[in-house]
Design a protein around this ligand. Sequence first.
Ligand code: GDP
Length: 366
Amino acid sequence: MARQTFVIGTAGHVDHGKSTLVKALTGIDPDRLREEKEREMTIDLGFAWMTLPSGRRLSIVDVPGHERFIKNMLAGVGGFDAALLVVAADEGPMPQTREHVAILDLLEIRHGLVALTKSDLVEPDWLELVIVEVEELLRDTALAGVPIVPVSAVTGYGLDALVRVIDQVLDQVPPHARSGKPRLAIDRVFTVAGFGTVVTGTLRDGELEVGQEVEILPRGLRARVRGLQSHRTRVDRALPGSRTAVNLSGVEVEDLVRGDVLTVPGWLRPTMLLDARLRMLPDAPEPLEQNDEVDFFVGASETLARVTLLDAERLEPGMVGWVQLRLQEPVVAVRGDRFIIRRPSPSATLGGGIIIDTAPRRHRRF
Ligand code: GDP
């Protein structure tokens, strides 16, 4: 049976019209405080959702705030099916548009489209110029050649076309593997009256079932799945790739934080040392030096880390190298997971890459 639920993540410069567009598409205001929804027990899993013309159900993860963008993108990699890059036609690509595109590229997100919104504010000639600018921005990235659709969230122009294009983009997305063990990077933790502890995230790799025992890392807490919601529907089993809310018994909200990982007991071990292949962004603001301190993002978690460069004295922008990361806090990751590093202050994305070893030998460079 063809998969029916998909997740798309928005990206784009602040004020370029992401929330307004999501609201125009779905009727749901992603900025609305989630608490009011939780009280009704209608958990806004994807923050917003809609049914596409094909009958597919789509969750849209709209993430205001830059750090949240990175964490949600990372938590969703392998879970997000596609990216919806929003560019305001009157301004064209801006610094955060560029940084988001760079991050999507580091994460090797290959499926997506561009909504060229606020097109009601510009002349057709100008629109053509911005389209060329966006095409150039995406050239040489994993998103090169994706469709660019002019829309206006205010007049409604182009929204039907945008929805059809989303369906076409999702036609290309390969099915998620269902054979592995489930992993859910927890991106929200809250209580629902009468239900207790609920966590949400995008489920990766495997399935979760009501009644199943789970482990929450890095603290190693055991809990049981009391209930599941997937794309707003109560289910007995949650499938890989779905935005999932897990109602847990045996743990309190106070025991859990964003960035924790929910998985099967006894499988994964938290680590504070990782070997990785790192790609520096071509326009990183500075090279990476031995022992530099960086903000390290993997899954929905973030921690400070020191970098040991294993095959170079310094990594210039645009270079690729082997690194060992010594983390300040334990994280839960598996080989093949993608990560991002940022300079803590002033904050800027430096690069990212792929985790190769989660239990490496400690390098004695320092
Ligand atoms: P976000 O920060 O990317 O989520 O941006 P918002 O959705 O909050 O929009 C920023 C501003 O642009 C708001 O004042 C919106 O009313 C306005 N806006 C959004 N979409 C459009 C559009 O299609 N046309 C026009 N004229 N204004 C828009």
